[in-house]
Design a protein around this ligand. Structure first.
Ligand code: ADP
Ligand code: MG
Ligand code: MG
Length: 868
């Protein structure tokens, strides 16, 4: 039978999967010789075993951990369950992937009436003993026995009120004893320490399945099958007196990434007091004045840990009567800006390689450089200031609960979730909120950590507001009242709260970000292009690093007010002569626009897709529009109505689209090609280097392509005859019907490139209408009938297989062929990884996502990542 229990000196940081992240790191720190209270870990595989047996602990488990427990007792010089010299434990959960605050920790386990009395005598600190005991009872009852923790809070509140006390420090040993007596009327709790331990172990296993843990795993893409380890560790006490305390610190600033030790600390407090945000903590430097030696030890420890792990660490420590203990270390969560700065700095410091730096910056982190920021010049009406917990700017209507947040967002509103503090129960609200504002808590409070992880703008510890949930409002110290549904703006970068909708500036880059992008370019094989039609978008794309245009949708070029009627007239034309008249006008627009694109994309390829208009989107429907069009183009209203009526399609998405148009109206295609090639000639004559790629959409077989290619070649000859310039054009197709993918070997006989139009390909593979999917896809996701929205993240099983067949079979027929992707998936990191593995040549995405795609392409090339 595999070993189920490991002592802290029996594992290492490489045992995350078996011992959980927390356990593995406690082992690592023990082996480094750091002062870690000793303990043992029950493995994640025991947790899986437990679930497999229908939630039953393995028969031998207790025997196994009692052996380890004996060793811990010897090492600590105290005994579990011994009133004379009691050893207490913390029971902590730890999954292979960090899930902060998700699972429950039980502290001071091993206390009962008799042992608490013993502890009071042994320590000579009765107040501490009873304080610890009451904490244990409420925690145990809450976490293990499922009694609502609020009940206990309520009793303390009540007691304080009737005894004229406000703060915990005013509570004496007798007060706590009285509280304990009351608690015991609320819960029938086990006095036997070994029973407590066994129940706690089971509770940690069971906490894997709590709704909040499930929500977090879903959000962070963590597999449900991993399970959690249980860490059983000797207790140390930060609440022992004024020479004790607890703190949380980061080896670098988690908000900015600045290379400065950064932490928060409370004297005479347990760690939970710092993390929960009930008391607003002091900066860790406070320790420097009162206990300089300890501060030194802490400082040296954090330097050591960062060097050792080669990453920014988030640490928890406790001081008991002037003795320093390490309770946890892990890779610290950080903002996008911080993550880029830290990664780039660490390469410069020689700590990590460029590839490692790229793997440290997730695509989500990159978003931070692309998020809006509150315009400093536009700031007015600052009503309060809190801690800048998670950067960016956000505006929305005020709501006071996670439920309200969800409701309002479902109605299409943006919301700011305002809470006294947040708990994991609020995550579903934080997820949908534009921003989060809390009255209490520091930079390491739940609200701050979770919001940073989600990239949601947040301000915490905003003591200048006081919330009144009952009335649905908060007031500021300056006397401003803000009610539910009022609009406010948060600046998560400065901590300022403002009234109204304050303008935000575009996201700004940084030198570090540029450096990282340069490395990404060095380490990627996939090229990145943009989907763009206008010169402005194209210029933006190029500025953000696009290496060409992967998709220029020509129909989008005719949406402008002064053009749409010409386009409509062309569609409504009753014969070739009439149509040609309008095509000639459209030719002028098209040629001029594409010339602009060639200039902006000088030296880079520009893929122009032939017209793929959803005709119904172009035709007028309202009476006014019809009347206006009639007078503009001199066609009777009745005639327009009649033709429009005759063009109605039952199923436009599967209707008269794409190259089907070229088949019926070759003159449209001829016009477009003449425009493209004429623009290329003009660009060349003006000294630019255009690389036009003409793309045929919605193809189903090679005969279509042959027919259309003939039209294209003919039009090109017309333009180029008698000219001396040579234009390096290419003809290719968009693979977006399953049939095209399956006959790609034949298509390859004619085309030089294939670009996967995965929006349509997904639509047709699933038979899910892109336009109507909103009606049922949410239910599919909720019921887990599909894992991801296939329109966002490429469905590798079916759509991906079609792509694979297309690539493999066409490449076998014509080796030099180039492949790209231009659906929404071209900007999705997970899909990009797939495209890399499939050996495509480029991805194409919206201009704004180009930097994300550059980094995602590099990550796909340099390493594997669970988070992708
Ligand atoms: P989380 O996964 O939420 O960080 P932890 O297991 O780290 O939960 O426990 C929460 C808090 O409990 C810690 O911040 C620490 O202050 C306290 N704690 C855990 N173990 C001990 C211990 N052995 N002695 C004292 N405090 C402890
Ligand atoms: Mg912790
Ligand atoms: Mg399409």
């Amino acid at each position: 039978m595999a070993k189920r229990v490991y002592l802290f000196n029996e594992g290492s940081k490489d045992d995350r999967e078996l011992l959980g992240g927390k356990g593995a790191n406690l082992c690592e720190m023990t082996n480094l010789g750091l002062p870690v209270p000793y303990g043992f870990i029950i493995t994640t595989s025991t947790c899986r075993e437990y679930f497999k047996a229908g939630n039953r602990l393995p028969a031998l488990l207790e025997q196994e951990y009692r052996v380890a427990l004996d060793i811990v007792e010897k090492k600590m010089g105290a005994r579990f369950g011994d009133p004379e010299n009691p050893l207490l434990f913390s029971v902590r959960s730890g999954a292979p992937v960090s899930m902060p605050g998700m699972m429950s920790t039980i502290l001071n386990l091993g206390l009962n009436d008799e042992i608490t009395e013993g502890l009071a005598i042994k320590t000579g600190n009765a107040r501490f003993a009873y304080d610890s005991y009451r904490r244990f009872i409420s925690m145990f009852a809450d976490v293990v026995m499922g009694v609502d923790g609020q009940k206990f809070e309520h009793e303390i509140h009540q007691y304080k009120a009737t005894h004229g006390k406000t703060f915990d420090v005013e509570m004496s040993a007798q007060d706590w004893q009285e509280i304990i007596r009351i608690y015991k009327t609320l819960v029938d709790f086990p006095e036997d320490p070994f029973t407590q331990l066994k129940m706690a172990v089971e509770a940690v296993f069971m906490s894997w399945h709590t709704p909040r843990a499930i929500v977090y795993r879903e959000m962070a893409n963590i597999p449900d099958t991993l399970g959690t380890a249980v860490t059983v560790q000797a207790m140390v006490f930060g609440n022992f007196g004024d020479d004790s305390g607890s703190g949380v610190a980061f080896t670098r600033n988690p908000s900015t990434g600045e290379h400065l030790f950064f932490g928060e600390f409370l004297f005479n407090a347990a760690g939970e007091d710092v993390v929960s945000g009930v008391r607003t903590p002091l900066p860790v430097e406070a320790l420097k004045e009162r206990q300089p030696d300890i501060y030194d030890q802490l400082f040296r420890t954090q330097v050591l840990l960062e060097k050792h792990y080669r990453d920014m660490q988030d640490i928890e420590f406790t001081i008991q009567e002037g003795v320093f203990y390490m309770l946890q270390t892990r890779s610290g969560k950080r903002t996008g800006r911080a993550s880029v700065k830290i990664a780039v700095d660490m390469v410069k410091e020689g700590l990590i390689t460029e590839s490692e730096a790229l793997m440290r910056v997730s695509p989500d982190h990159v978003e931070a450089f692309l998020h809006p920021m509150v315009d400093p010049a536009a700031k007015t009406d600052i009503i309060a200031k809190g801690l800048p917990a998670s950067p960016g700017g956000a505006t929305g209507r005020v709501v006071f609960s996670a439920e309200e947040a969800e409701e309002e967002v479902a109605k299409g509103h943006r919301v700011i979730l305002v809470r006294r503090e947040t708990t994991p129960e609020d995550i579903h609200g934080m997820k949908v909120a534009a921003g989060v504002l809390t009255e209490l808590g520091g930079m390491t409070s739940h609200a701050a950590v979770v919001a940073r992880g989600m990239g949601v703008c947040a301000i915490t510890g905003c003591a200048q507001i006081s919330i009144n949930y009952a009335e649905g409002l908060f007031t500021t110290h300056a006397g401003v009242t803000v009610r539910r549904d009022d609009v406010i703006t948060l600046d998560g970068t400065t901590g300022e709260v403002m009234l109204g909708d304050i303008p935000k500036t575009e996201a700004s880059s940084s030198d570090d970000f540029q450096t990282l992008l340069t490395w990404a370019d060095k380490h990627r094989r996939l090229k990145v292009r943009a989907n763009a039609e206008t010169p402005t978008d194209a210029a933006k794309a190029r500025e953000l690093g696009a290496e060409g245009i992967g998709l220029c949708r020509t129909e989008h070029m005719f949406f402008d007010a002064d053009r749409i009627d010409v386009m409509r007239a062309m569609i409504l034309a009753e014969d070739l002569e009439e149509r040609q008249k309008y095509l000639d006008i459209l030719f002028g627009f098209q040629r001029a626009d594409i010339l602009q694109l060639f200039k902006v994309m000088d030296g880079l390829p520009v893929t122009v897709r032939l017209l793929d208009p959803p005709l119904h989107e172009f035709l007028p429907s309202s009476d006014e529009d019809i009347a206006a069009l009639a007078s503009h183009i001199g066609k009777p209203e009745t005639k327009i109505r009649q033709i429009t009526e005759s063009m109605k399609e039952v199923n436009p998405m599967l209707g008269f689209r794409g190259c089907r148009l070229s088949v019926v109206y070759p003159e449209i295609t001829a016009m477009q090609v003449r425009a493209i090639i004429t623009a290329a000639v003009e660009a060349t004559e003006q000294g630019f280097k255009p690389f036009p790629e003409i793309m045929i959409p919605l193809v189903v077989n090679v005969r279509e392509i042959r027919l259309i290619t003939d039209i294209i070649e003919q039009a090109i000859r017309e333009v180029l005859t008698g000219k001396t310039v040579s234009i390096p054009y290419k003809i290719g197709t968009m693979v977006e019907t399953p049939r095209a993918a399956l006959s790609a070997d034949r298509l390859a006989e004619v085309v030089e490139f294939m670009s996967f139009g995965t929006n349509d390909l997904t639509q047709m593979t699933y038979g899910f209408s892109r336009d109507d999917v909103g009606r049922f896809l949410p239910a599919y996701l909720a019921k887990k009938l599909v894992e991801n929205d296939p329109f966002v993240s490429l469905d590798q099983r079916a759509v991906g297989r079609l792509m694979q067949i297309a690539v493999t079979e066409s490449r076998a027929r014509k080796p030099g062929i180039k492949y790209g992707i231009c659906g929404e998936h071209g900007g999705d990191p997970r899909s990009i990884r797939f495209c890399h593995e499939l050996g495509l040549d480029y991805v194409s995405c919206s201009p704004y996502r180009v930097p994300i795609a550059r980094i995602a392409a590099a990550r796909a090339n340099v390493g594997e990542d669970l988070q992708d």
